[in-house]
Design a binder for this molecule. Structure first.
Ligand SMILES: *Cc1c(COP(=O)(O)O)cnc(C)c1O
Length: 426
């Protein structure tokens, strides 16, 4: 039976239950597809909200989970440790930016960022420096908890919670030709002296609309923050695990953050897990015979052993399978198909970073921007393609197993979408 809002007690995320069509029940997943209870296969063109990297149910990850579940369940992660957490941390440190020395486990991207902010403030608190301000980038997104909403773009999504959000300083998004304004704003803010950290999504701002900026700015951000002793936190929750074309945006661009947040693709998308990595300097600032300097953070499910085992299997896949080659193939498939939209007046801002492709539906081809997102979503759903536009921004972020035929299906649907939306409006 199809599960609708009228019969189910479930409250779904980011869903207006009054307006949503029935929630389709998925009975299994396979490769790049979700299979529903009518037996239809839906192309998961956004990797189930950006978490699935290689493919749904990669056999090696499934097997690692099965084996781990026979041996472990949750194990308290204070006082005790376990091999999956140790093995993953060791493996990750080898692949992460050189300065990263320690790995702190949590269970979601939001908590990874919360931990990053707490590490930054703890660092200065324990060092006796009065620094507590945080600089973020316009259009940034870092999660949906109170702390991460405070650091993210303000708008309709968090209007109700504004009274609880703390103040941050915002630098403008570096629009082409206006990059210097962003750098000047950063320098001005850092110079004030009470800034603990700059928190950024490297290369691509995800939920803010797949906004992309060039790698050379990351070097500038690092240079400026370094000059003023401001910590740099890289939120790679979305950009990590191959999305932007290499394992991490940081390592590909030579960015050396002080703190690095990872989640989403960390288990290949199979189980929830997150890590916050930091330098030895930040860890050492918490190292003391004084217990008040302890890093006071824990989640009940810190370093869940089954999730860690999935993450270990993911690392092994990166080591032993031609993942980089697959990513390059996905990138090439995007490039070839995006070309036909370059001179298409219905679309603007055609852009790509690795396996992420995005384009904006030109506003004047719709007339009512506010409703265009849900309408597009319905159209794509009828085409058995899962695409969830961010307003008028249509993007694809498929698992790395997509085929040429899958990509044709997704791009043909995008090509037909504006005309469908227009004719429906008439
Ligand atoms: C998704 C996302 C988060 C939040 O991750 P959750 O696991 O949903 O809490 C944080 N930062 C970025 C850049 C993200 O894309």
């Amino acid at each position: 039976m199809t599960c609708t809002e009228k019969t189910s007690p479930v409250w779904h995320p980011f869903s207006q239950h009054k307006l949503e069509p029935a929630f389709k029940k998925i009975v299994t997943t396979e490769g790049a597809y979700l299979i529903d209870d009518d037996g239809r296969s839906v192309l998961d063109a956004i990797s189930s909200w950006w978490v699935i990297t290689h493919r749904h149910r990669h056999p090696k990850i499934t097997e690692a989970i099965r084996l781990a579940a026979e041996r472990y369940d949750q194990i308290i992660f204070a006082e005790y440790t376990h091999e999956p957490a140790e093995e993953f941390a060791r493996g990750l440190i080898k692949l992460a930016p050189r300065e990263m020395a320690h790995v702190f486990y949590t269970d979601s991207g939001s908590t990874a960022v919360e931990v990053a902010l707490k590490m930054a403030l703890g660092f200065f608190h324990n060092s006796g420096a009065k620094r507590s301000r945080v600089i973020v980038m316009e259009h940034g997104y870092h999660g949906d908890t109170i702390g991460t909403m405070s650091a993210g773009e303000r708008g309709v999504f968090n209007a109700a919670y504004t009274p609880l959000l703390f103040n941050v300083d915002t630098i403008p998004f570096p629009k082409p030709g206006c990059e210097q304004q962003t750098l000047d704003a950063l320098e001005r803010l850092c110079r004030s002296g009470d800034v603990a950290a700059l928190l950024i999504e490297p290369l691509v701002l995800g939920a803010g609309g797949m906004k992309m900026y060039p790698a050379h700015l990351l070097a500038e951000f690092r240079r400026i923050t370094q000059r003023y002793g401001t910590l740099l936190i890289a939120d790679e929750v979305m950009t990590g695990w191959g999305r932007t074309g290499s394992l991490f945006a940081c390592t590909a661009t030579g960015l050396m953050p002080d703190i690095l947040c990872l989640s989403k693709g960390i288990t290949g998308g199979a189980l929830p897990l997150a890590v916050t990595l930091c330098t030895a300097e930040i860890f050492d600032a918490h190292l003391s015979e004084d217990r008040r300097r302890t890093f006071f953070h824990s989640s009940s499910y810190s370093a869940n052993p089954i999730a860690c085992a999935a993450a270990v299997a993911n690392l092994r896949i990166w080591r032993t399978e031609p993942v980089s080659q697959r990513i390059e193939t996905v990138a090439t498939m995007h490039r070839d198909r995006l070309a036909r939209f370059q001179s298409d007046p219905r679309f603007t801002n055609i852009r790509q970073q690795g396996t992420i492709a995005a384009l904006d539906l030109a506003a004047d081809s719709t007339g009512y921007l506010s409703e265009v997102g849900p309408r597009l979503r319905t159209f794509f759903r009828h085409r058995d393609v899962l695409i969830r536009p961010l307003g008028n921004v249509i993007y694809l972020m498929p698992p790395y197993c997509v085929t040429e035929a899958d990509m044709d299906k997704a791009y043909n649907a995008i090509d037909e979408a504006p005309d469908f939306i227009l004719s429906a409006a008439r």
